[in-house]
Design a protein around this ligand. Structure first.
Ligand code: ADP
Ligand code: MG
Ligand code: MG
Length: 206
């Protein structure tokens, strides 16, 4: 049977591919109508190249990042590529993970995206979903909440972050070319990031 991390990546890939047209339509509103196409292409290639029997989360996530870097292109390729490589580095050598590991991974992911994209929260990017998600996860862990409560809170915060992107102007990426006309539309990258977190939650709570 395929390893847990392989199965989790399959779940993420399926969610991205299912939402390909939706993500592309969002990017048509404020970008160049390719976010879903880019991400689906990348994850289809990821699932072709991932070994089903590799148990080490670090090895698998690093591989995911490298494939995304080479196949996705645009803004999201290097950003998601970096995100997965950083997530992998945070759990190097591990064959199972805890909520604390999830927190460490998401912390590294956000750090990597910021380093690569030079954006901060409030610029209408994937960070507007990921930062509140990390805050909610951290709070849940501090409260001593169980995994279900923590992961649900993380995903709810990410969804609220996506809603928040509708209310603000983009100041990074292609959408920033639209200025105020980007207001009223939800950010495609914040949306794909939230879909990813929801797929991870669904996988671990199954
Ligand atoms: P492109 O804009 O090159 O066509 P995509 O459409 O695949 O790339 O991805 C667009 C998404 O990338 C945006 O919705 C946004 O969330 C994210 N993004 C763009 N620039 C940045 C940045 N500097 N930092 C973080 N995220 C960014
Ligand atoms: Mg685009
Ligand atoms: Mg593009």
């Amino acid at each position: 049977m395929a390893t847990k991390i392989y199965q989790c990546m399959q779940k993420i890939s399926d969610a991205i591919v299912e939402n390909k047209d939706f993500l592309t339509d969002l990017d048509r509103e404020i970008g160049d109508a390719d976010h879903g196409v880019n991400m689906a292409r990348g994850f289809t290639e990821v699932m072709k190249q991932l070994p089903e029997d590799e148990e080490d989360y670090g090895v698998v996530l690093k591989k995911v990042g490298m494939v995304l870097l080479s196949k996705v292109g645009g803004a999201s390729g290097p950003l998601y590529g970096t995100a997965y490589m950083k997530a992998g580095a945070a759990v190097k050598g591990k064959t199972s993970i805890t909520l604390e590991d999830a927190k460490a991974m998401l912390t590294e992911v956000i750090g990597g995206i910021k380093m690569r994209g030079k954006a901060v929260k409030g610029e209408k990017t994937m960070l507007d979903a990921l930062e509140p998600a990390l805050d909610a996860l951290t709070k849940g862990i501090e409260n001593g909440d169980d995994a279900e409560t923590c992961l649900n809170a993380m995903c709810e915060a990410a969804r609220e972050g996506v809603e928040f992107t509708k209310t603000i102007r983009a100041t990074k990426g292609r959408a920033s070319y639209l200025g105020d006309r980007s207001i009223g539309h939800q950010d495609p990258g914040a949306t794909s990031a939230t879909i990813t977190l929801e797929a991870i939650r669904d996988f671990y709570l199954e």
